[in-house]
Design a binder for this molecule. Structure first.
Ligand SMILES: *Cc1c(COP(=O)(O)O)cnc(C)c1O
Length: 457
């Protein structure tokens, strides 16, 4: 039996949550057009929609808010943040941004031209949308096992370098940026090995491609490397992360994940010319270079959160909790992506609801059913969320996955909340044949899963 793993904190302040009665959940789901993104948080009991911006801050971070310096330029919080980001990443140049996609706006303006191909292991959905918005093509070059739900390989976020070589050969002169995402969110937070980061780095150097790390979950990646990679076991996550950054030209960070804040981010760069290329866009879109769309107090909280997020004791509890949820679901016989990843547990909605054709949105239907059954909110990531325009015809075609992602907010829920969610999924599994499908209402849009409405089929 696995040993009990007490969290390295105690609770100081609680926020009541409540399970509203079933008929109210029915009404809420109806009003939300059966899209759980449109539910009111008040109507949700256990919210596993996302791990983004949903972390609980520490008493030190809350104290940091009080100490926030609201000077327009050169605030104390900025000095501290810059020092911490330099220390954590090793990059000398730091541009603060209000969240991860702020960094994407800036680096896509500076580094992506129409007609370019932007390589990535598995591009995150906003990254993909930003690249396309610049008239460029995002191309995923993840290893085959990354797309195989049952493959137990430890590094399913790794890049297939032969595939990357082929993409470069097929698009001569058009591949100039590689975005390596640590961990790969799309397949459940699967890590990239340090060995693979090294290989990607030399590949990029050989082809003159700029390498940026999407660092949203860099600490969780480093922790998983310290557990799973030969030669890295037992090494400090902070040291592993620093080595990964040393192999890249820069990093884009959504601090709403491993930065343990509710909003914030940064773009960190090695070369002064890259800073020059990005700075004007940062000022235009995000604000002056010492606040980047944030209040001074947010900078304080982010500086402290970045350090806390690398604490090994915290990471043991964090990753252990995700693994706990994974174990409950997989022991109940529910098809989940393997092995457990960093921040979420992903149910194969297509297999769960194998009586539903893809037009009836198995992923979104399962999310709606779970909310209705237990007030638990997870996110359906199906053909709709990963839909892409066909390069030839421009017509939207569904992506390869039908998934239900249960993301675990950091330091927010206890194991009991997660056990409750797992029981609810298991109860649905027992009566899965009764779960009906949904049909989208209206035409498709960019990132449709956020806003679409559905009707029962
Ligand atoms: C969340 C996320 C982003 C975008 O960041 P936001 O803070 O949501 O704008 C980019 N990449 C990855 C891997 C993410 O998880």
């Amino acid at each position: 039996m696995e040993r009990t793993r007490p969290e390295p904190w105690r609770v100081k302040s609680v926020e009541p949550i409540r399970l509203v009665p079933r008929r109210d959940r029915e009404a809420a789901l109806q009003a939300a057009g059966h899209n759980v993104f449109r539910l009111r948080s008040e109507d949700v009991f256990v919210d596993l929609l996302t791990d983004s911006g949903t972390s609980a801050m520490s008493s030190s971070q809350w104290a940091g808010l009080q100490e926030g310096d609201e000077a327009y330029a050169g605030s104390r919080g900025w000095e501290r943040l810059e020092r911490v980001v330099r220390g954590v990443t090793g990059f000398p140049h730091v541009l603060p941004v209000h969240q991860g996609r702020g960094a994407e706006t800036v680096y896509c303006r500076a580094f992506v031209e129409p007609g370019d191909v932007v390589l990535g292991n598995l591009h995150f959905d906003t990254t993909r949308a930003h690249i396309r918005n610049r008239g460029a093509l995002p191309v995923d070059v993840v290893v085959d096992e990354g797309l195989d739900p049952d493959d137990p390989s430890p590094f399913k976020g790794n890049v297939d370098l032969a595939r990357a070589e082929r993409v470069v050969a097929e698009h001569p002169g058009r591949a100039r940026l590689f975005v390596l995402t640590l961990t790969a969110n799309t397949n459940g937070g699967q890590p990239v090995s340090l060995e693979n980061v090294r290989a990607v780095s030399s590949f990029c150097r050989r082809h003159g491609i700029r390498l940026l790390i999407d660092a949203a979950r860099f600490a969780e990646n480093a922790f998983l490397v310290s557990e799973r990679e030969d030669g890295q076991r037992g090494r400090l996550p902070a040291d592993i992360a620093l080595e990964a950054f040393s192999l890249a030209d820069g990093a884009a960070m959504s601090a709403k994940k491993d930065g343990l804040v509710n909003v914030g981010g940064f773009l960190a760069l090695r070369e002064p010319e890259d800073l020059e290329a990005c700075r004007p866009w940062a000022i235009l879109y995000e604000g002056f270079v010492t606040y980047g769309g944030m209040a001074g107090r947010d900078l304080e909280a982010m500086a402290r959160g970045l350090e806390e997020g690398l604490d090994p004791a915290y990471l043991v509890a964090r990753i252990g909790q995700v693994r706990f949820l994974h174990g409950l679901l997989s022991d109940a016989g529910i098809p989940v992506l393997r092995p457990p990843g960093g921040h979420s547990v992903v149910v194969e909605a297509g297999r769960f609801l194998d009586h539903l054709p893809r037009e009836l949105l198995p992923a979104e239907s399962l999310a709606a059913a779970l909310y209705l059954h237990a007030g638990v909110r997870a996110v359906g990531l199906g053909g709709l969320a990963f839909s892409e325009p066909d390069p030839e015809t421009g017509e939207m075609r569904p992506g390869p996955w039908e998934l239900l992602r249960l993301a675990v907010p950091r330091r927010v829920y206890t194991d009991n909340h997660l056990a409750y969610a797992a029981e609810a999924v298991a109860e649905l599994w027992a009566k899965r044949a009764e779960i009906g499908g949904l049909r989208p209402i209206g035409p498709p849009t960019e990132l449709p899963h956020f806003t679409a409405t559905f009707e029962p089929a």
